[in-house]
Design a protein around this ligand. Structure first.
Ligand code: URA
Ligand code: SF4
Length: 218
């Protein structure tokens, strides 16, 4: 890694990035460009007032993980722990997600993890359709920068945001759908599995399948 890049990564750490994972594309210019764009996106969301969720957030939560990930996990919105720590999926649901990724034989850092809405809805309510619509362009930009092959949507709220219709996740989990040239894979939200532990095995199988899809050569 050249010096300017390692200095740049130090700067990002000072700015509050917990970690930066670069796995896959190693061309320093591409990596630096991706990091720069993500940093700009982070500045935008930290200052964003497009929807009312800005009023009660401690901070917006961009997402984290491998900036070259082939698979992106997308949840609903930060909860209390995420809002405090500025990282996605670090509370109880996040710990389950991390555990299942490990049971699938992988590491959380291999992938990129984010949410539809970047700010915490008060009391962890479901984001409204308008809040999701307002925040979606940030996610779209994030997807363009990271360029994953597969988007694993966690829960019916994330699925609704992408498909523009109500989704019964118990009926549709396991579906693979083409979305703007990428694959979306639908599965349960880990918080749902915490409330319904009999579905844990299915979520694990789905995570394995999403990973397989992401790494499959085509
Ligand atoms: N639930 C989500 O949907 N996202 C998080 O980041 C944490 C919990
Ligand atoms: Fe902006 Fe998204 Fe936060 Fe709403 S949830 S204020 S659109 S960053």
């Amino acid at each position: 890694m050249d010096n300017s890049l390692s200095n740049y990564i130090k700067l990002l750490k000072e700015l509050g990035f917990e970690y930066v994972v670069v796995d896959g594309e190693t061309d320093p210019k591409t990596v630096e460009e991706k990091i720069k764009k993500l940093q700009q996106l982070n500045q935008q969301i930290q200052n964003c007032k497009k929807c009312d969720l800005y009023k009660e957030r401690i901070q917006a939560v961009l997402g984290e993980g491998n900036i070259n990930a082939r698979l992106m996990f997308i949840g609903e919105a930060p909860g209390g722990d995420e809002d405090k720590q500025g990282r996605p999926f670090v509370g109880r649901a996040g710990k389950l997600l991390t555990k299942l990724i490990e049971e699938a034989g992988h590491k959380r850092e291999e992938f990129y993890i984010t949410n539809i809405c970047k700010c915490r809805p008060p009391g962890n309510r479901t984001p409204t359709p308008w809040e999701m619509e307002a925040c979606f362009p940030y996610l779209e930009e994030q997807i363009q920068i990271i360029d994953p092959k597969v988007l694993c949507l966690l829960g019916s709220t994330a699925a609704r945001a992408f498909l523009g219709r109500n989704v019964s996740i118990t009926k549709e989990r396991g579906s693979v759908i083409n979305w703007k040239g990428r694959l979306v894979y639908l599965t349960y939200h880990p918080a749902f599995v915490l409330r319904n532990p009999s579905h844990e095995k299915t979520l694990l199988e789905d995570i394995k399948r999403a990973i397989q899809l992401a790494y499959k050569e085509d």
